[in-house]
Design a protein around this ligand. Structure first.
Ligand SMILES: Cc1cc2nc3c(=O)[nH]c(=O)nc-3n(C[C@H](O)[C@H](O)[C@H](O)COP(=O)(O)OP(=O)(O)OC[C@H]3O[C@@H](n4cnc5c(N)ncnc54)[C@H](O)[C@@H]3O)c2cc1C
Length: 329
């Protein structure tokens, strides 16, 4: 066990940009590295990605491991997982954090299998147990009703995928010095049964709820898909975006990528307006980090009316037009 040292984070690169989750993982990783008295290292995988190493040093990494090869230009999960495992076996990290994004969820599971180690998936908090140096990764379980703390006692690295928005982004201090270690891609070893054919952007891509300050969300209380038209009007007037609870997504009124909650997105906007949403724990798991929550609900006893900073009792089909009218004035 003593051979395994340092805390690694995976810096995901998407569309030739470092994903914001990398900076969140640097914050979480820094707290682990400081508690252990070890180094914080970032990992870059892809093609033409070495150029991002200095940015990761500027955001707090002590060192950056890079595997930069044209074979990694497109994400193919077994190639990436085998490469990552090659790096793990070569450098033996103690803890390894990956983002619980679509890519990170798939890659972390496959890599943990290749590395023969344990993974806590979709955690929201990580810390070091001072008595034995083990990582305690906490994640919601039983539909969000309980928080489970999971450890990986017998194998290394202890791996964890962390939900986006669980930690603030690390601050940037330009010009920080650190080592950049290059790892050679081995085309004979890092093979795949799959073949990359084409990247197809999903329609409406570009919607990034995590970067939006104002979110207007609708629930089952809208009663119909067309109810969202009113929410789009309010969101547009406030310069925000539209989201939903799970009920309208299950009903097919709106796309899944707008779902907020335990099995949807976690967001931290400045203002969250929940319209016709009751505020079940699985929904609140995704939005309780908002600076201000406004609930519009007919039922004064709905759970969200107690959790919101401002609870507006009334029919959303009367309250929202009244808000729009006031905004027009
Ligand atoms: C494992 C698991 C994971 C889950 N993950 C998620 C998740 O990620 N996200 C999520 O949202 N849910 C999730 N759920 C479902 C969750 O438990 C709730 O069922 C869901 O959030 C309810 O959605 P809602 O609040 O829109 O509907 P409801 O609970 O039916 O609430 C509708 C509300 O609208 C109000 N209303 C009705 N008409 C009007 C009107 N005209 N004007 C104003 N108010 C009105 C009602 O008073 C009521 O409070 C999950 C559940 C499980 C078991």
């Amino acid at each position: 066990m003593k051979e395994w040292k340092n805390v690694w984070i995976l810096a995901e690169v998407a569309q030739d940009k470092i994903s914001p989750t990398a900076y969140e993982l640097l914050t979480a990783g820094r707290s682990l590295a400081d508690a252990l008295g070890e180094k914080l290292c970032a990992v870059l995988l892809g093609h033409d990605v070495k150029k991002f190493a200095q940015d990761l040093l500027d955001h707090g990494a002590d060192a950056v491991y890079v595997c930069d090869d044209v074979s990694l230009q497109h994400y193919v999960d077994d190639v990436y997982a085998k490469t990552l495992n090659g790096m793990i076996q070569a450098y033996k990290p103690n803890k390894f954090l990956l983002p619980a994004t679509n890519l990170g969820r798939s890659l972390s599971a496959k890599t943990a299998i290749f590395a023969g180690t344990g993974l806590t998936a979709d955690a929201t908090e990580v810390m070091i147990n001072p008595s034995d140096g083990q990582m305690h990764a906490t994640r919601p379980t039983f539909g969000g009703n309980l928080m489970a703390t999971i450890t990986c006692a017998r194998t290394r690295p202890e791996m964890c995928s962390l939900r986006p928005m669980s930690y603030p982004k690390a601050a940037c201090v330009p010009g920080k010095k650190g080592e950049v270690i290059e790892f050679a891609f081995d085309a004979e070893k890092y093979t795949s049964l799959a073949k990359f054919l084409q990247f197809i952007k999903s329609e409406g891509e570009g919607l990034d709820l995590s970067e939006t300050d104002v979110i207007v969300a609708g629930g089952r209380g809208l009663g119909k898909a067309e109810g969202f038209d009113l929410l789009y009007k309010l969101a547009e007037r406030l310069g925000g975006a539209v989201a939903a609870s799970r009920a309208p997504v299950d009903n097919g009124w709106i796309e899944y990528r707008r779902q907020i909650g335990l099995t949807g997105r976690t967001i931290k906007p400045k203002l969250y307006i929940a319209c016709g949403i009751s505020g079940q724990i699985q929904h609140m798991a995704g939005c309780s980090g908002a600076d201000v929550i406004v609930a519009i609900n007919k039922d004064p006893n709905a759970p969200i009316m107690k959790m919101a900073h401002y609870a507006v009792e009334g029919d959303l089909y009367e309250v929202i037009p009244a808000i729009l009218e006031t905004l027009e004035k």
